[in-house]
Design a protein around this ligand. Structure first.
Ligand SMILES: *Cc1c(COP(=O)(O)O)cnc(C)c1O
Length: 338
């Protein structure tokens, strides 16, 4: 149980935490490449660079934060185990991090979660516990494991070690490209952008950090407008990894995003679909909707490059049926007589 004192005064995430995270996770994660996008550089007339985190182990950057969080626990805590209610990229990352470090992991999910997602978690060596019929039921089981069995709840974004872990990719970006005008970062709960903004602005204060979300259910953007964490309806979207709220008792990411992020951009479903297709057709990259939003921001004209710009391609865990359909709809010749 978190004490009320601890809840009120969250210790700020610092650059020291980021450097410690980098050392801690170095042997467990990929240092992804930063490569020029030929198509977008010629489209904008400025160097556009991809941070290729879709090539990260487990298919998303979430491995960085999850690995840092698990490695920051004492060995006694690692033996008690970690728990989470995510079946998406965080669940995969946490399972992988636990397996790599010898910690126990229980990923809770409802009976409505598709078998392939359950199997993906089991294949990584974690226990997939099926409880109830909703995400809330799954979270209640996590709360029970924490209260009764002493497991550690590792949330997907609102924890200092998670933010510091994600920040390591920001550090890599600014090391590889010191003269960036802007960095476009997919934005959901804000762990990724908070970490990236902290790392990049520490080294290069004038580099602008831009958050990109979908119009359908952009929780952080709604909270920023309201000036505090509020409840936001979750809607179906192609950028499914960007869905969900930021938590009404948000401790870290809301304040960091408010203070460090320069601007936010929202995309339509059409613009996200166009960006996924562009990445495939023009860059030969399979990326998920959440990862495509930086490309969408440029192609839609909602972001105007004024100098060298980096885009975080955050993941590639898209349903391949959905991906094939998007390509078939726009480029029938690429998929034969589909
Ligand atoms: C989780 C996730 C994001 C958003 O990260 P936050 O820290 O929640 O803002 C973006 N892209 C992908 C692929 C993700 O899995």
């Amino acid at each position: 149980m978190v004490s009320s004192m601890e809840q009120r005064v969250a210790k700020a995430v610092t650059m020291t935490d980021v450097l410690a995270a980098r050392r801690r996770i170095a042997s467990h994660v990929l240092r992804s490449s930063l490569t020029p996008s030929m198509s977008l550089s010629s489209h904008t007339g400025h160097p556009i660079l991809f941070k290729n985190e879709h090539q990260q182990l487990t298919g998303s950057f979430k491995l960085r934060g999850a690995t840092n969080a698990v490695l920051s626990l004492s060995s006694e805590e690692q033996q008690r185990g970690v728990a989470a209610a995510s079946t998406g990229n965080h669940g995969r990352a946490l399972s992988h991090a636990a397996l790599a470090t010898g910690a126990k992991a229980i990923i809770c999910m409802s009976s409505l979660v598709p078998t392939n997602k359950v199997e993906a978690i089991r294949a990584l060596g974690a226990e997939a516990r099926i409880v109830g019929k909703s995400q809330d039921d799954a979270q209640r089981e996590v709360d029970r494991l924490v209260a009764e069995d002493g497991l550690i709840d590792i949330p997907p974004f609102d924890r200092a070690e998670i933010i510091a872990g994600q920040a390591t990719l920001g550090l890599e970006i600014i090391e590889d490209a010191p003269e960036l005008d802007a960095v476009l970062v997919p934005l959901s709960g804000g762990g990724l952008i908070a970490g990236v903004a902290l790392a990049i602005k520490t080294v290069s204060p004038k580099t602008r950090i831009i958050g990109v979300s979908m119009e359908r259910g952009a929780a952080m953007v709604a909270c920023l407008a309201a000036g505090r964490p509020i409840e936001v309806d979750e809607l179906e979207t192609l950028a499914d990894s960007l869905g969900g709220g930021i938590g009404l008792s948000n401790r870290y990411t809301f304040g960091m995003v408010r203070d460090l992020v320069d601007e936010t951009i929202l995309l339509t479903e059409r613009e996200i679909a166009g960006a996924i297709v562009h990445a495939y057709v023009h860059e030969r990259e399979v990326i998920e909707g959440a990862a495509a939003v930086g490309i969408g921001a440029i192609l839609s004209g909602k972001f105007l490059a004024k100098g060298p710009t980096a885009l975080v391609l955050s993941g590639r865990n898209i349903d391949m049926g959905v991906h094939a359909q998007l390509i078939a709809e726009t480029h029938p010749a690429l998929v034969g007589d589909a």
